[in-house]
Design a protein around this ligand. Structure first.
Ligand SMILES: O=P(O)(O)OC[C@H]1O[C@H](O[C@H]2O[C@H](CO)[C@@H](O)[C@H](O)[C@H]2O)[C@H](O)[C@@H](O)[C@@H]1O
Length: 265
């Protein structure tokens, strides 16, 4: 897989204050959800997030009312999404779009080439000696360097990630996030993953709605609007491609719960 995209592709410009989204409509729509910071609150470590039974029940109702047009787009590997969410994550994109499940053959995950894999190995070798107190999350085709426990470690994470990019000859990109710096394969992102799902059954011919909080969500927030739907930013206002705003995880969950109580469509 090759590509030249940047890691923070804001396509939106600062807009007037964004308002709350209209109620969720099931007929003719598909719903795409980010995970961390949108559906679940941040936790000190990646493995410490909580997915309560009530959230799983809410997602199951939404999926049923959407006739399976519910998908998750996350920086997490698919294995994490499956572990946390179970069968409702049948349609999902992991690693910021680099792996996908639930699409027909021929529309599956993009191929990650040898340059990206070699650069990730190079970073692993450096990390064994230089990670220090960084929390390293090795996701196979992406590596996240976490510093939520010590913000002073950000420069170390940035320097290690920059070294990996220099070795990658364009095959990896930098992906900043909440208290984390990641390197991930170039040539794909959550926007491209959303488009792949929207080209396939059962999503094709509907309007996408995407909820996300982080920089990695911007390409999907933009793609949702470009495909006739809209994006909802979860969190504090910022320059964004989103059309609407919900203040936090609790607000996002309340909006989804209110939608689940509506009758179809
Ligand atoms: O695209 P997302 O579903 O939002 O995933 C983005 C990253 O989320 C995770 O890291 C974040 O959540 C952790 C658990 O709350 C938190 O400790 C960390 O500070 C956050 O950056 C995940 O660990 C990453 O792999 C995802 O890329």
């Amino acid at each position: 897989m090759t590509g030249t995209q940047t890691s923070s592709p804001f396509r939106g410009t600062p807009k007037p204050p964004l308002s709350a989204p209209p109620p969720l409509v099931f007929g003719g729509h598909s719903l795409f959800l980010d995970f961390d910071g949108t559906l679940v609150e941040f936790a000190p470590r990646p493995d410490a997030v909580e997915v309560e039974p009530a959230l799983l029940a809410l997602l199951a109702v939404l999926n049923e009312k959407l006739e399976e047009r519910l998908a998750f787009l996350s920086g997490r590997p698919l294995a994490d999404l499956n572990r946390f969410l179970g069968p409702v994550a049948r349609h999902a994109g992991g690693l910021h779009g680099a792996e996908r499940q639930g699409l027909a053959q021929g529309q599956a995950s993009p191929v990650v080439g040898p340059d990206a894999r070699a650069a990730l190995d190079h970073l692993r070798a450096r990390l064994s000696a230089e990670a220090g107190a960084l929390l390293v999350e090795d996701k196979g085709l992406a590596i996240a360097l976490h510093f939520r426990h010590d913000p002073g470690l950000r420069p170390r994470a940035e320097a290690l990630a920059a070294g990996a990019l220099a070795a990658a000859r364009g095959a990896l990109v930098l992906q900043p996030g909440h208290s984390v710096i990641e390197v991930r394969p170039a040539g794909t992102d959550k926007g491209e993953a959303l488009r792949a799902f929207m080209a396939a059954s059962p999503f094709a011919g509907t309007r996408p709605v995407f909820l996300g909080d982080d920089l990695t969500d911007e390409p999907a927030l933009a793609a949702a609007a470009e495909l006739g739907g809209f994006g909802i930013l979860v969190g504090a206002p910022r320059p964004t491609a989103a059309c609407f705003l919900l203040p936090d995880v609790a607000g996002a969950r309340a909006w989804l719960a209110a939608g689940a109580e509506r009758s179809r469509p």
